[in-house]
Design a binder for this molecule. Structure first.
Ligand SMILES: *[C@@H]1O[C@H](CO)[C@@H](O)[C@H](O)[C@H]1NC(C)=O
Length: 309
């Protein structure tokens, strides 16, 4: 019976700061960042869903990524913001497990989606004539579904393992959200095997996806530089921005999961980068310089202009 092993009903977050002035400053700063993440990502997902110019697989995948980024930052940021305003911040045992579940569910989907986006660019560049036939709406939909299923399996396994762990007293989490490394450390048992399982589930999977992605993008870039086709520079800049986003997302992820669960001084900074900052970066890196998105935005503005007298 797990219920009897567990005497910890809630976990206390030690958070990012204890100094009141610093907490207010962080609150204001992260409120702005989170608002930008919500508005920016929902705008992009909305544009992709409703704007016919953007109805092709590459933008469908981007729209999905934006929607996921919105969900992702909403799993951790509201709780973190509330923590800055109160003296102590805590979460129930069940709340903590749900946070871990959704965090890894959405995070897992994002990792698989980024891999699919690389495949999409691969087909577009190596088989431009057959691209439309290979990457049709059905294929795109099926790949998106597959990434959701992959994310679910990745996440449910972790939560199932953590549910088996006994928690008998220590309940101070040195972070601002519940995640596997900090929670596993609080279990009253030898967690070596559990850590090994977790590291191979999260760490190895992300490390392998990352290597595959970097190698495939390098091959794509090499091919693009060698060719002399029209629209080459546009394709190169698309690939370059994909590589940048992939590195920004996978870098912190590998730092957090692909290692033993000791805490290092940089951990919280990396967690902040990973949970709050990257969700605003990647839609803007993709879209700021993209012509089709600019056009879609202009159309949206034009429509608003007509509506308001
Ligand atoms: C997500 O992908 C699906 C399948 O391709 C697509 O139909 C849908 O419009 C996308 N959603 C967004 C918000 O881009």
């Amino acid at each position: 019976m797990e219920g009897e092993n567990t005497t910890v009903n809630e976990f206390i977050f030690l958070g990012l700061a204890t100094n009141p002035e610093l907490k207010i400053f962080f609150f204001a700063f992260f409120l702005v960042v989170y608002s930008v993440a919500v508005l920016g990502n929902l705008l992009i997902a909305g544009l992709v869903a409703y704007e016919p110019i953007l109805h092709n697989p590459m933008y469908f995948l981007l729209g999905n990524l934006s929607f996921l980024d919105f969900c992702y930052s909403s799993i951790t940021a509201p709780k973190m913001l509330a923590g800055f305003l109160s003296r102590t911040s805590s979460i129930t045992y069940g709340g903590c497990l749900s946070q871990i579940f959704f965090f890894h569910f959405i995070g897992g989907i994002k990792i698989f989606l980024l891999t699919i986006m690389a495949y999409d660019r691969y087909v577009a560049i190596f088989h431009p004539l057959r691209y439309g036939a290979i990457m049709n709406a059905n294929m795109c939909g099926a790949l998106v579904w597959a990434s959701w299923i992959g994310g679910f399996i990745h996440s449910i396994v972790q939560v199932a393992i953590i549910r088996q762990l006994p928690f008998c007293g220590p309940n101070k989490l040195d972070n601002f959200y519940c995640d596997v490394p900090q929670v596993v450390k609080l279990a009253c048992t030898d967690t070596f095997v559990v850590e090994l399982l977790m590291v191979s589930n999260s760490g190895l999977v992300t490390l392998m996806c990352f290597v595959v992605l970097i190698v495939s993008y390098s091959i794509l870039l090499a091919k693009l530089r060698a060719g002399s086709a029209l629209g080459r520079s546009k394709a190169i800049s698309t690939c370059a921005s994909h590589i940048l986003v992939v590195t920004l997302i996978f870098g912190p992820c590998i730092y957090i999961y692909a290692r033993p669960f000791y805490s290092f001084p940089l951990d919280k900074a990396v967690s902040v980068l990973y949970t709050v900052i990257t969700p605003i970066l990647n839609p803007f890196i993709y879209t700021l310089r993209n012509k089709d998105f600019k056009m879609a935005l202009e159309k949206l503005k034009g429509r608003q202009g007509k509506l308001s007298p």
